[in-house]
Design a protein around this ligand. Structure first.
Ligand SMILES: [Zn+2]
Ligand SMILES: [Zn+2]
Length: 278
């Protein structure tokens, strides 16, 4: 086994956008650059990558969580720019491919397993959401042929109706957590644009995660390893960045070492965040 130089090797994550209008993040390690979800048009994705001084031909693969358009809208169009590997489970790949004429370069994985891509160990886990086989991802950098448990890790978990026991356990020990905080219950209840049936779908156990549920998880989880948390996929109509920040300020979170936990709320109107490195 090759020893990692230093205690941890660098992993960089940059959220390019996160809302019901489009979700995508760029993850960079020593040996790969990947996109997590591709929920913007191909043209828009190229523009977002350009803002990060990256180009599409430098991206090694795309990892899809599920087939909803705000997570996979760009997959078909990106194929026009050249072949690109798209990792998904069978349920997601079938649902996305059904809507396309061009064949996508699918790399299928089994939900719940772990596999290696370049210097990343990728673990997938099932999330409760109304899609074919939706997943969350846990990316851990490793070096050498064997697993290296000391590698930096990032979890991506949006679009889930509740925090299942499995999800809670998977997210507890990562360095960077990206977690959904979709709606403030009062704002959703009062929203005049959404019919009752849609509100019930959003609130259901296979809908989206409320601010209450996300904050409760952050506040009650013991022995969490988080260095940084992003709250993402905010509803533009039924949530507010300021409101969520105020709620966070009233109950500050602490890291394992007692220092304040850095929590950033991703603005759905302007999702492009500065890169964060660990
Ligand atoms: Zn979504
Ligand atoms: Zn969804």
């Amino acid at each position: 086994m090759v020893n990692c130089p230093g205690p941890k090797m660098a992993v960089q994550i940059q959220i390019l956008g996160s809302s019901s209008s489009g979700n995508c993040a760029l993850l960079i390690t020593e040996n790969c650059k990947i996109l997590i979800d591709a929920g913007f048009s191909a043209r828009r994705l190229c523009g977002l990558l350009d803002s990060c001084h990256e180009t599409l031909d430098q991206i090694d693969a795309i990892f899809l969580t599920h087939e909803h358009a705000d997570h996979c809208k760009g997959v078909g169009g990106l194929g026009r720019y050249g072949p690109i590997k798209v990792f998904a489970n069978h349920g997601t790949a079938s649902a996305v491919q059904r809507k396309m004429t061009r064949r996508v370069g699918w790399q299928l994985f089994e939900t719940g397993g772990a596999f290696r891509f370049r210097d990343l160990e990728v673990t997938t886990f099932s999330v409760p959401h109304d899609a074919s086989d939706p997943v969350g991802f846990l990316f851990r950098q490793c070096c050498g042929e064997e697993d290296d448990p000391s590698g930096s890790s990032v979890a991506w978990c949006t679009d889930l109706g509740h925090m299942s026991h499995l999800v809670k356990e998977r997210l507890r020990k990562v360095d960077v957590l990206v977690l959904e905080a979709n709606y403030e219950t009062r704002l959703l209840d009062e929203d005049p644009r959404r019919p009752w049936s849609i509100k019930q779908r959003i609130k259901s156990r296979h809908g989206h995660l409320s601010n209450d549920a996300a904050l409760d998880y952050l506040q009650t989880t013991e022995d969490a390893a988080w260095q940084k948390v992003y709250l993402a996929h905010l509803s533009k109509d039924c949530n507010e960045v300021n409101l969520l920040e105020d709620r966070l300020a009233s109950t500050p979170l602490k890291k394992e070492n007692g220092k304040p936990l850095e929590v950033t709320v991703v603005d759905p109107a302007n999702g492009l965040m500065p890169a964060y490195g660990i």
